[in-house]
Ligand binder design. Structure first.
Ligand SMILES: Nc1ncnc2c1ncn2[C@@H]1O[C@H](COP(=O)(O)OP(=O)(O)OP(=O)(O)O)[C@@H](O)[C@H]1O
Ligand SMILES: [Mg+2]
Length: 305
C-alpha cells in the first residue's frame, strides 16, 4: 500500500556499526560523521514498531533549510547534504541514503539540551501550575492558560537523560553540568535562533511555540549540531487556530501521542505498531509543515490511500 517502504535502519556495507539513536543512525567516518535520518518514529521516548515512510527525508531537508537560513547566527555542523558529494566522500552511492544523509563536523555534545520557549505549554505549564507561577526563575503572572504567550522567550535547559525522559533544570543546575560561560553562550545562541525562526514562520501563518537545540564543543567553540527546528524537536501551531486554553492542532507528534494515550499502551518498550491511518496522518502533517515553513514542494509525496 505504501509508495515507499519506511527505512527503519541502515546498514552501510564497509562501515562500522553506527550508533543508533531513536531516529538517527550515526556513522563515524573518522574525520567527520555520516548522520542518517531514518523513518523511525518515537513517542514518549519509545520507538514505534513501524515507521513513517519518508519522514527521515523531510526531517533532514527541513534541518538543512534551517541550518543554512540561520547560519549567520550560529556556526552549524553541516559539511554537506548533497547526495553526490556524500557518494564521492564514501566512494559509493548508497540509494538508501538519498535525501536523508549529511556529512557533519564532529563535536562533543553538551550534556544539556537547549530549549527556548515563547509560549506556556507542555512541561513548563505543569511547572507553572505546581509552583505558583515561578518557572525557571521567572515569576509569571497568575491566571495564564495552557498556550498563553510568555512576556518574552525564555531559555529552559534540560538534562539529557541516558534513559527515560529529559528533566528541566535551572540555569544554576545547568552551570554545574556545563560551565557558566558555556551555558551563557548556549543560552544566547538558543534565544537568537529561536527569535529568528519564530519570526520567519509567522509569515507562513505558523507559531513556533518552543524548540530544542543541541550544541557541541569543538576546538573552534560551540557548534550547532543535531537537527534544526523540525516537528520532532519543535512545537508548531496554526496561528489562526491558536487560542490559550484550548487544544491547538499542531504539526508535532501530538497526533500520535493522542492515539497512544487512547490505545491504553503503558508507554513501556517495545513501542506498538501504529495503524495505517495514524502513519498516514503523521506523514501528512510532516509534509505540510515542510511545505509551509520552507515554501518549497515537499521532497516526499504522501502515501496513496
Ligand atoms: N555533529 C555532531 N557531533 C556529535 N554528535 C552529534 C552531532 N550531531 C548529532 N549528534 C548526536 O547524534 C545523535 C542523533 O541521533 P538521534 O537524534 O536519533 O538521538 P536521540 O535518540 O535524540 O538521542 P540519544 O540516542 O543520544 O538519546 C544524538 O545523540 C546527537 O546528540
Ligand atoms: Mg535526537
Amino acid at each position: 500500500m505504501t509508495a515507499m517502504d519506511a527505512v527503519l535502519r541502515t546498514d552501510i556495507p564497509g562501515l562500522p556499526e553506527p550508533r543508533r539513536g531513536k531516529v538517527r543512525d550515526v556513522y563515524d567516518l573518522g574525520d567527520c560523521l555520516l548522520i542518517v535520518s531514518t523513518d523511525r518514529l518515537s513517542a514518549f521516548d519509545v520507538v514505534m514498531e513501524n515507521g513513517v515512510p519518508g519522514k527521515g527525508i523531510i526531517l533532514n531537508q527541513l534541518s538543512l533549510f534551517w541550518f543554512e537560513r540561520l547560519s549567520a547566527i550560529a556556526n552549524h555542523h553541516i559539511i554537506t547534504g548533497d547526495d553526490r558529494a556524500i557518494a564521492n566522500r564514501m566512494g559509493a552511492d548508497h540509494k538508501a541514503l538519498h535525501g536523508r544523509a549529511i556529512l557533519a563536523k564532529k563535536a562533543e555534545p553538551l550534556k544539556i539540551e537547549c530549549v527556548a520557549r515563547g509560549y506556556l505549554t507542555g512541561s513548563l505549564y505543569k511547572e507553572y501550575l505546581a509552583s505558583d507561577g515561578l518557572v525557571h526563575g521567572f515569576q509569571l503572572e497568575p491566571g495564564l492558560l495552557d498556550g498563553s504567550p510568555l512576556p518574552e522567550p525564555i531559555f529552559t535547559p534540560a538534562t539529557k537523560a541516558e534513559e527515560g525522559h529529559d528533566q528541566n533544570v535551572s540555569i544554576r543546575q545547568a552551570e554545574e553540568i556545563e560551565d557558566e560561560q558555556t551555558v551563557r553562550h548556549a543560552s544566547d545562541l538558543t534565544l537568537r535562533l529561536f527569535r529568528a525562526a519564530a519570526s520567519h514562520v509567522t509569515g507562513a501563518g505558523l507559531i513556533l511555540a518552543d524548540t530544542k537545540f543541541e550544541f557541541g564543543h569543538t576546538d573552534d567553540g560551540l557548534l550547532w549540531i543535531d537537527e534544526a527546528l523540525t516537528p520532532d524537536s519543535s512545537r508548531y501551531w496554526e496561528a489562526d487556530q491558536w487560542r490559550p486554553g484550548i487544544a491547538r492542532p499542531g504539526f508535532d507528534k501530538q497526533f500520535v501521542r493522542d492515539y497512544l494515550e487512547e490505545s491504553g499502551w503503558d508507554k513501556q518498550p517495545p513501542g506498538p505498531r501504529l495503524p495505517d491511518s495514524v502513519i498516514q496522518g503523521t506523514l501528512e502533517r510532516y509534509i505540510e509543515a515542510y511545505a509551509r515553513i520552507t515554501g518549497l514542494p515537499s521532497p516526499v509525496t504522501g502515501i496513496p490511500a
